[in-house]
Design a protein around this ligand. Sequence first.
Ligand code: SF4
Length: 392
Amino acid sequence: MDLLNALVDKGLRRELPTREEALAVLATSDDELLDVVAAAGKVRRQWFGRRVKLNYLVNLKSGLCPEDCSYCSQRLGSKAEILKYTWLKPDDASKAAAAGVAGGAKRVCLVASGRGPTDKDVERVSKTISTIKEQNEGIEVCACLGLLSEGQAGRLHEAGADAYNHNLNTSEATYGDICTTHDYSDRVSTVQQAQAAGMSACSGLIAGMGESDADLVDVVFALRELDPDSVPVNFLIPFEGTPLAKEWHLTPQRALRILAMVRFVCPDIEVRLAGGREVHLRSMQPLALHLVNSIFLGDYLTSEGQAGKDDLAMIADAGFEVEGTDTTTLPEHRRAGGCGGGDCGDAESTGSACAGKDAAPAATIPAPPEESRRDLVSVRRRGAGTELPPNA
Ligand code: SF4
């Protein structure tokens, strides 16, 4: 297939596909799906071999957010029956993180609900970061605390945060449809503040919120332009009690096409399979390892993932290996700074213009699949904020 050959060549050269090529990947048929996965898999192996980086989420503060992100179970007015608790103490957060590290995670992601941290919150999280770093040698820490104010990124970096996550989530054009309490430019600005402070930026998207193919391509091209080091791809978990509870648009095949498109646009960036993989990819999860080089281990912020030991077995069975703390994730050429592109609560939700935009085919919103698996959505009842051991 000419399209796939062209995309593999570009991916191996770290060259940006055209917007039309990215749209064409999303428009491939089910008959072509394995060819698409194989092609994007070549690009993945060129830059990341068969390594899979494991990341572990610790929800430092859960629920009761004043913002209204419609995909989020922690939002203002959410009726989802999630765990609600205020800031975990540094030792409790470190204990939760240690479970993930023991399970093979090399990055711990410290997440808190809310619009953004106060200076006191930054101080509190700084203590948690140093506690985790003292107790877990060689571990990367990513903070995800929402919109940052002047000077906060620098303070988090000084405290030992290696990275900051804040997702763009969706295209600029549709951002107002999913949130009214802050806007897309606020998010871009926070990612840029994290980069300017010397932290590795992590910023991704949520697919499955009713967006068109053109919206998906827009947000992925915008991310590439922002140049984060890691791009988490969430698939919406339509929580009962949130405005998007009825938005079941994804099939395993579509989820794989989306991941392949992200890989072609971000060939040498850490692409992370994030929230919603169990619900939407289901038994097709191992195929996604040919596209992404990073996943979350165990549970998400407010929902439960598959057992950590099943994540590890899946990686081994598919012929991949867990990346150790002695290995640098990004290829050599990206380590000093970025290539051509971070949040709160978004790792779960599940949580730029470019040339040729006007020439895009008409927007397509896929019809809801007949067989969605609402029964797979499971609210987190263990780990951080509970007396039960975490899943790792
Ligand atoms: S994504 Fe973050 S800011 Fe938005 S509602 Fe959820 S916790 Fe609040």
